[in-house]
Write a protein that binds this ligand. Structure first.
Ligand code: WTA
Length: 653
């Protein structure tokens, strides 16, 4: 497959379509134009007081000692109380929290807030018996089953910080995270469902636990009922430990947490092989995600809101679990893939539950585009009122397709920019207020202060391109990297003094709207998932036959970026198709199937500078099949010519 390079900036200049809000939407919207005029401190003060319930109100809005912020100082609260108990106490226990749909057809569950409370209380009581208490770190490795949010909320109830590890990650990735957080308990399941086959979660967990001696107990949920090994003294079945436990909330009161107590760590790829444990705390995070969820998604009391991400990523944490539940919203939770058993599965879900808000990633939208609009046309999608996008830049064609074929040409599309680190959406249209432009994330959320800077730190101004920074703290911002102050400072705060460096390129247009241009560091974005080049390189070099490896991303019409690896084998081995497959599988085993290179080019030599640095820029040029940039610093110019030749004859998946 050859892909013409996408000239993001050129394409953006051509994009002139605008969509002002309809009067109909504007007159009923949660956000009104005056929200942009509010004083930012007053806004977060008011949201902090009104949107969440406190055991003890906060006495100071925030404290900013760069690079660390604290929010809602002195406040005491509990996230589980806010997401579950208070809705039941307010008489809304019979409202649906989640419509859950398993991947095998016909398998559904309706979970009300009262059900959720009972499930959480019983499980939290059981966790207590396993020794979980305030401060106990808990790992969670599950698929998209209702018990996943139950496990997260039970931890929050007890004040036990969690780390959720995406079910697509390998045993190695899991144990790395469990060890870094020093988890004492792991919650997992026998297997997960994915596109009609199963994912061996417990088997992976067993492998991970062999390398995670700190984890003393594992709780195993029965999902597919397949036979899995149960280690006596370590593993317990979920259904057995909850048996006989009380589901009365007074049997397990919500722990009183400080605003700045740790809620969770979520690991994300950076520019080194070791994932970073991003720290999110209690109050600022909750206020941030609930407030943005309310205004950006225009959620109403009778909404049926569906964020089709996986809870294992930050999008799921903030906009499937914590934000929506805090707002008492009814959500959809779907276990499987969009094309199982057929390519209209999503649209059948939208129709059956009357989904009015759908939030997904460009990579999914492009997959649906490829499959064709006929699958959506089989279903009545008239319940949809609003569409959202997240995870990568959305190309204008995909934006238009989404609005036309899914939104019936009526619905606003909100393109929301944010990161694991930011915790909440920071750049986004407000539906009913903002004039939309296909491909632009438009404006900062009220109170957020981004800028686009050049290398020297000057504002580029309208029409300019540069690096995206944030100039002011926001409630849900990360509180650091777990156990790594140096790396926190180095990654986010050293490029520009006192400013948060996001690692994304951006462009401002004449109206001051933001256009995101993708990563500027060695992080690739494959199907909306961040993977660092060095992580994949380390996995490759870990293989006994590999001498050296360099990895880069190239544009891919479907997944945003695809991974290309250049590999030098030991002993002058030339490599063949079998070796290629072996290496791809090795990466899948070390990191997870999402990190499998789409293509591996074997080469006797990598292009290096005279000082021995691999010239990744040239590798990207080769991967994109475009003309090479400056090659004068190369130690041996013939190496790239040879590479270009090899790359053009290489097979691809
Ligand atoms: C990219 C996902 C363009 C960006 C919430 C960011 C986006 C990284 C957008 C964070 C968007 C996310 N437009 N790019 N609307 N949203 N990104 O941590 O490169 O998985 O830095 O968080 O995804 O990915 P993460």
């Amino acid at each position: 497959m050859t892909t013409a390079p996408r000239h993001a900036i050129d394409a953006l200049f051509l994009e002139e379509r605008t969509y002002p809000p309809s009067l109909e939407f504007a007159t009923q919207a949660n956000a009104r134009p005056d929200i942009y005029e509010r004083d930012w401190e007053e806004l977060w003060e008011a949201e902090g007081r009104e949107r969440v319930s406190w055991f003890k109100p906060f006495d100071k809005l925030y404290e900013w000692e760069p690079p660390y912020a604290k929010w809602y100082l002195g406040g005491k609260l509990n996230v589980c109380f806010n997401c579950v108990d208070r809705h039941v106490e307010a008489g809304n226990g019979e409202n649906v929290a989640y419509h859950w749909e398993g991947e095998p057809e016909g398998e559904t569950r309706t979970i009300t807030f009262a059900d959720l409370q009972r499930d959480v209380v019983r499980f939290a009581n059981a966790l207590k018996k396993l020794g979980v208490e305030k401060g106990t770190p808990v790992g969670i490795y599950m698929g998209m089953v209702p018990e996943l949010p139950v496990a997260m909320l039970a931890c929050a109830r007890l004040g036990a910080p969690h780390t959720v590890v995406f079910g697509g990650f390998s045993a190695d990735s899991l144990s790395g995270r469990l060890n870094d957080m020093e988890c004492e308990i792991l919650i997992t399941q026998d297997e997960g469902w994915r596109r009609g086959s199963t994912v061996p979660l417990k088997k992976n967990a067993d492998e991970a636990l062999a390398a995670s001696p700190g984890v003393k107990r594992a709780v195993v949920l029965r999902r597919t009922r397949s036979d899995v090994a149960i280690e006596d003294g370590r593993d317990v079945w979920w259904h057995e430990i909850v048996e006989g436990e009380s589901d009365d909330p007074s049997s397990c009161p919500c722990e009183e947490m400080d605003s700045e107590d740790l809620l969770y760590l979520l690991y994300t790829s950076g520019t080194t092989a070791k994932p970073k444990g991003i720290v999110h705390t209690t109050a600022g995070y909750l206020v941030g995600v609930a407030t943005t969820h309310h205004y950006i998604f225009d959620v109403k009391p009778d909404s049926v809101y569906w964020c089709a991400a996986d809870i294992g990523w930050v999008t799921g944490h903030s906009y499937i679990v914590y934000g929506p539940l805090c707002n008492g919203t009814t959500g959809v939770l779907y276990e499987g893939t969009p094309d199982f058993p057929d390519k209209d599965r999503w649209w059948s879900i939208v129709e059956r539950y009357g989904v009015d808000i759908l939030y997904t990633a460009p990579t999914a939208i492009r997959a649906h585009m490829k499959w064709g609009p006929e699958h959506a046309e089989k279903h009545d999608l008239s319940s949809l009122r609003l569409l959202g996008s997240v995870g990568e830049p959305i190309n204008p064609e995909a934006w238009m397709w989404y609005r036309e074929h899914i939104g019936g040409g009526r619905t606003p599309v909100v393109d929301t920019w944010w990161q694991t680190e930011t915790g909440m959406i920071l750049i986004t249209p407000l539906p009913g207020v903002t004039t939309l432009k296909p491909g632009s994330a438009t404006k900062p959320f009220p109170g957020v202060l981004p800028a686009v800077l050049d290398e020297e730190g000057n504002d580029v101004g309208p029409g300019g391109g540069g690096y995206l920074v944030l100039k002011r703290p926001w409630p849900a911002m990360l509180r650091g990297i777990h156990n790594d102050h140096e790396r926190y400072v180095e990654t986010y705060w050293s490029r520009y003094e006192g400013l948060y460096f996001a690692g994304d390129g951006a462009k401002l247009d004449e109206d001051g709207d933001f256009w995101l241009l993708g990563r500027v560091d060695d992080v690739m974005n494959v199907s909306g998932h961040r993977i660092s080049t060095i992580e994949v390189e380390s996995a490759l070099v870990d293989h006994q036959s590999v001498a050296e490896a360099a990895v880069c991303g190239r544009n891919d019409p479907q997944t945003g970026q695809a991974i290309v690896a250049y590999v030098t084998l030991k002993g002058g081995d030339e490599g063949d198709v079998e070796k290629l497959e072996e290496l791809r599988n090795h990466v899948a085993k070390k990191i997870g199937p999402i990190a499998k290179p789409a293509n591996i080019v074997f080469t006797p030599e990598l292009p290096k500078t005279r000082s021995g640095k691999i010239m990744r820029r040239l590798l990207r040029d080769v991967a994109e099949k475009r003309e090479l940039g400056d090659t004068t610093t190369l130690a041996d110019p013939t190496v790239v010519e040879e590479l270009q030749e090899r790359a053009s004859t290489e097979r691809e998946d």
